[in-house]
Ligand binder design. Structure first.
Ligand code: XBP
Ligand code: MG
Length: 251
């Protein structure tokens, strides 16, 4: 039997419920700073989330909803600059401690470290967004808790491609059957599954109706002692929270 060695966490929507009140807000503030009258409502943003990666999401929006507003020649450079401003605004927001971790995340990270499990991140978002979130929600040295932080543009193709998970596995020097992935979205699940990782889903308001057929476990969050999770799919009959002994049984 293969022993569980590491947990690989997605970030946005999984560690924190940070899309609507974090990334979306920063995108809109960046648009305003650049004098653009673009405004991504919570509803529109839910649709745009199908496109992973901030630069890719802006490009899709321009090509779909703002045809002809930017010249194709300077589009990539303009989007890169706009996205840089969005990243600055997003990290400012996170540094003001404006977004908490999701239920059970801190507990499970602490338990995993105590149990000697290794930790990694596999995310579409930019590296500085991850480190800022970890430092401001967990501890100033929390970046060191993770053996690998695979983020953003280090791979050619973002989720739902599996590249970022293969990158994380390479960094960990582990096989997929020694690790579990924790995700919140269909794109994330597809990426992890294509990298042959068994995957748990903690869905959120934006992702609750995604197709999670390939997940081994689905719940509304990881659960805490006083805040049990509601489980939608599990190979084990009843749990109130996801802990290390449950994860070992899942593998
Ligand atoms: C989710 C995403 C990200 C963020 C924006 O990533 O698609 O693109 O919405 O981040 P994940 P950037 O769930 O894989 O963490 O603007 O930095 O790209
Ligand atoms: Mg996610």
């Amino acid at each position: 039997m293969t022993r569980l060695q590491a947990l690989i966490f997605d970030v946005d929507g999984t560690l924190a419920d940070n899309e609507r009140d974090g990334h979306r807000v920063a995108f809109n503030e960046a648009f305003a700073a650049y004098g653009l009258d673009w405004d991504w409502s919570p509803e529109l943003y839910g649709k745009l989330l199908d496109i992973t990666g901030g630069k890719e999401r802006i490009k899709f929006y321009v090509e779909t909803y703002r045809t002809g507003e930017l010249s194709p020649n300077d589009m990539d450079a303009f989007i890169a600059a706009l996205h840089k401003e969005k990243t600055r605004l997003y990290t400012d927001l996170i540094a003001q401690h404006r977004l908490p971790l999701r239920i059970g995340v801190k507990r499970l990270l602490d338990e995993a470290r105590d149990a000697g499990l290794r930790l990694a991140i596999a995310t579409t978002t930019s590296l500085v967004n991850v480190t800022t979130l970890l430092e401001n929600t967990l501890s100033p040295d929390a970046v060191k808790w993770f053996d690998v932080i695979a983020a953003g543009d280090v791979v050619r193709s973002k989720k739902p491609a599996p590249d970022i998970y293969f990158y994380a596995l390479d960094g960990l020097k582990l096989q997929s059957n020694q690790c579990l992935a924790i995700e919140d979205s269909a794109n994330g699940l597809q990426a992890a599954t294509q990298a042959n990782l068994k995957t748990l889903i903690t869905y959120n308001d934006y992702t609750a109706d995604h197709n999670f057929d390939q997940a081994i476990f689905i719940a509304d969050h990881l659960g805490d002692p006083h805040t049990p999770c509601t489980v939608r799919k599990s190979p084990i009959q009843h749990i109130d929270l996801v802990d290390v002994s449950f994860l070992k049984q899942l593998l």
